[in-house]
Design a protein around this ligand. Structure first.
Ligand SMILES: N[C@@H](CCC(=O)N[C@@H](CS)C(=O)NCC(=O)O)C(=O)O
Length: 205
């Protein structure tokens, strides 16, 4: 049995929940309240010394952290990862892009706006982060103008990795209006079989 340690409002966790649903895999869901410091308890740090969800416990009892590594572990050998060497590297290319050039500028503003007090000093970060996020959206828009999905014209874990925080980007102050190809891609992802939403309660919650 797979066990996912996660927090329902986390886009990083949602990537894994979406893929688990689309693969039709059963799993145990353990809610870890990041706002109450539950990722920093000794019990949790023994599972992931980096103190972050999502963390996946695999059937032999080992733990895997980092959302995109978990996506790869679950999807490798399925249609969600291409077979060709170059296309596999392209999937990694987009997942690294997501972690370095997208997530800090799309997920973090949403975290600041949704989870921190209105007078938080971190609000001062928002203009710079939103500007960087717009740069990431321009890269995505340009790519998606010419193709329906990020790699090989079909849906892969590169789409899942980028979808998770893009589809709720406006909750952090972004405006997706200027990116029509990106918005059309969001609809294509939401139309995939066995799609689940960010806040849909996982089975065995
Ligand atoms: N690069 C990591 C980021 C994970 C991450 O930042 N998780 C956040 C929630 S989205 C977390 O666990 N925060 C709680 C904490 O830092 O204690 C991934 O992609 O999984």
């Amino acid at each position: 049995m797979l066990t996912l340690y996660d927090y329902l409002d986390s886009g990083n966790g949602y990537k894994v929940r979406l893929l688990l649903s689309q693969l039709g895999l059963h799993y145990r869901y353990v809610d870890v309240d990041i706002m109450k410091g539950e990722t920093r308890t000794n019990a949790f740090l023994a599972r992931n010394p980096n103190g972050r969800i999502p963390t996946l416990e695999v059937p032999d009892g080992d733990y895997l952290a980092e959302s995109d590594a978990i996506l790869w572990y679950l999807a490798d050998g399925t249609d969600f990862v291409p077979a060709g060497r170059f296309a596999r590297a392209q999937v990694l290319q987009w997942m690294f892009f997501e972690q370095y050039s997208h997530e800090p500028y799309v997920a973090t503003p949403r975290y600041i706006v949704r989870h921190l007090p209105a007078d938080s000093e971190r609000r001062a970060e928002l203009p710079r982060r939103l500007a960087q996020g717009r740069e990431a959206f321009k890269v995505m828009e340009s790519h998606l103008t010419r193709r329906p999905f990020f790699v090989e014209s079909h849906y892969t874990i590169a789409d899942i990795a980028l979808y998770a925080y893009t589809h709720v980007a406006e909750e952090g102050g972004h405006d997706l209006g200027p990116y029509p190809a990106l918005r059309a891609w969001l609809k294509r992802v939401a139309g995939q079989p066995r799609y689940v939403g960010l806040h849909d309660r996982p089975p065995r919650f």
